[in-house]
Design a protein around this ligand. Structure first.
Ligand SMILES: [Zn+2]
Length: 572
């Protein structure tokens, strides 16, 4: 059943879009907009499509004047697009140049050579949000043309990570699906003199590039280049020959100094095996793929900005359509490197356990730590398209996450560095404690006797003769301090300004390991104390939580249940 609110929202979007675009709108545009602002409807596309179709056809029958007056009457806020709630949330992304509603095609082309991390999330989210914003199409393209470093394991991890982020694609493909097209285009470039086979040594190629000098190979004729291309398939060994684009050896942009289009790699490809040994370079692959896939707007992180000229030059040389290229800054958290070159040795040396270690910025690690995918999306959208390099503090993401976990996390008690407390004259054998201070999330019943644990951090502040409050239980007058504590129950707590602390009943305490991730790097230095592990006591209700459930340990912080015996600290 479609509720009235969503019908109203569809009507508003249809009216607004039609009015903005000369009186007519289309189903697909409205569907894109609805899914963009109400992702929960992705599972109900069929139902909302019918409503959209009806609404769009009724709106299209109105004159512009009629549309305008209905908007004024029903949705006055919609006349100022900048102020709409939907727009506000997406305010991070500026309009795309030359974009037409329903015609925008974007893509996310990850290379399956590592585990997906926050940087991948940014690229995927920006490109996908743009497609949604314009009711367009979004392609996932596995950029798999370097069999030396690419693995099915990574390919699978990227898919899992994107699914977790809730990113959906209209098309999924692999760059290697189009190997025959790369060959055809490569041969065409050779035959038109726009590319040549270079058999120089690697050091000589670098030296020539630095000195801006052409090598002898660049003067060879088409026939010789064709012969050498064929030899690349059989005779040449990896590194003995490459195909180079005829750019400009004198160019200030070093990328243009006759860059590589194809190279020989004798490694098994993870899906194609030994079928090919000449593989297109990143530039060749991305240029051709974006063009033939119909990509209208291609966004990459800004370290690729100098390659824009080359991509355009390759497509011009082939007379192919060029997409608009846009750039955004790379996203990294302070003290949490995303580079494989940094992370891999840490794993090999046992300094971090695996790619899901909660100190890492991989998607798997963020998930395990208790970061919600919607928090990541909102965080990334809040950064927008700024090109200034972002070295974000992790707190910035935490602030977004807190909004999502606060309302839905059950509160439980946990004590660390526990000290024993015996309470005399306790008249109760059980207490009921609400699971959330504000929201109605039920209560839990905790069986008690006179023996409790309190946290060592609280115990140090307790003086003889002092009163403390055990939360949800009542006040206790302390009669003995030291390695163990003792006190008398003095009844229901009043408003007195005394320490109010959490506790765990000894008779049913459940011991777990608490993992507390801290900043992995301080400057360039690996932080040897970046992972704190505490043995703590929690309530038996911990055992009833679902694995992966986010909870708040009162006065400690948000944590994610990793297993029956382990929790991971998410953030304060
Ligand atoms: Zn050469």
């Amino acid at each position: 059943m479609m509720d009235d609110e969503i019908k109203k929202e569809i009507r508003k979007m249809a009216l607004q879009n039609a009015f903005e675009y000369g009186g007519q709108t289309h189903d697909k545009i409205i569907l894109g907009k609805i899914l963009g602002s109400k992702p929960e409807f992705r599972t109900k596309i069929k139902e909302i499509s019918d409503v959209i179709s009806e609404t769009v056809s009724s709106v299209n029958q109105l004159s512009s004047e009629e549309q305008r007056s209905e908007i004024e009457r029903e949705f006055p806020e919609a006349l100022k697009p900048k102020e709409r709630a939907v727009e506000k949330e997406e305010a991070g992304l500026p309009e795309l140049p030359g974009a037409k509603h329903g015609k925008v095609i974007t893509r996310f082309p990850p290379e399956p050579n590592g585990y997906p991390h926050i940087g991948h999330a940014k690229a995927a989210i920006i490109n996908s949000e743009y497609a949604k914003m314009y009711g367009g199409k979004f392609i996932l393209r596995m950029d798999d043309t370097n069999p030396e470093t690419e693995r099915m394991e990574y390919h699978a991890a990227i898919k899992v990570g994107l699914e977790w982020l809730g990113i959906e694609f209209d098309q999924v493909k692999s760059t290697s699906d189009d190997m025959e097209i790369f060959y055809e285009k490569g041969i065409r470039l050779i035959n038109s003199g726009k590319a040549y086979v270079c058999t120089c040594k690697r050091e000589d190629i670098s030296k020539n590039r630095r000195e801006r000098k052409a090598c002898k190979c660049s003067f060879e004729d088409v026939e010789k280049n064709n012969k050498n291309w064929n030899k690349m398939n059989e005779r040449f060994k990896p590194g003995e020959a490459i195909v180079r684009f005829r750019g400009d050896m004198k160019a200030d942009n070093a990328v243009m100094r006759d860059p590589v289009l194809f190279r020989i790699i004798d490694e098994r490809h993870y899906t194609l095996g030994d079928k090919y040994r000449i593989w297109p370079s990143y530039d060749m692959a991305v240029a051709i793929e974006d063009s033939i896939d119909g990509v209208t707007h291609a966004f990459r992180s800004k370290e690729f900005e100098l390659r824009r000229e080359l991509i355009d030059a390759i497509l011009d040389a082939l007379g192919m359509r060029k997409p608009h290229q846009g750039f955004f800054s790379r996203l990294e958290f302070k003290g949490m490197p995303i580079s494989k070159r940094v992370i891999k040795p840490l794993i090999e040396e046992g300094k971090v356990s695996w790619y899901d270690d909660p100190r890492l910025p991989t998607l798997e690690a963020l998930r395990r730590r208790g970061i919600k995918p919607e928090a990541i999306r909102r965080f990334i959208m809040s950064l927008g398209l700024t090109k200034a390099n972002t070295l974000a503090p992790f707190d910035a993401l935490e602030a977004f996450n807190r909004r999502f976990v606060d309302a839905s996390s059950k509160r439980l008690f946990m004590t660390s560095h526990a000290k024993k407390l015996t309470v005399n004259n306790l008249p109760l054998t059980a207490v009921e404690i609400p699971n959330h201070p504000v929201n109605d999330m039920g209560k839990r019943r905790v069986e008690i006797n006179s023996h409790f644990y309190i946290s060592g951090e609280d115990a140090v502040a307790i003086k003889d003769g002092m009163q403390i409050r055990l939360l949800g239980l009542g006040d206790v007058a302390i009669t003995k301090i030291g390695s163990e504590f003792e006190g008398n129950f003095v009844g229901e707590g009043g408003t007195a300004d005394i320490p109010k602390i959490q506790w765990v009943s000894q008779k049913n305490a459940h011991e777990i390991k608490m993992i507390i991730p801290k900043t992995l790097f301080e400057g360039e230095e690996f932080n040897e104390d970046s992972l704190e592990e505490l043995d703590v006591y929690t309530e038996p209700h911990y055992l009833q939580l679902k694995e992966g459930e986010e909870i708040q340990f009162v006065r400690f912080g948000y944590c994610r249940k990793d297993s029956q015996s382990q929790a991971i600290f998410t953030h304060k």
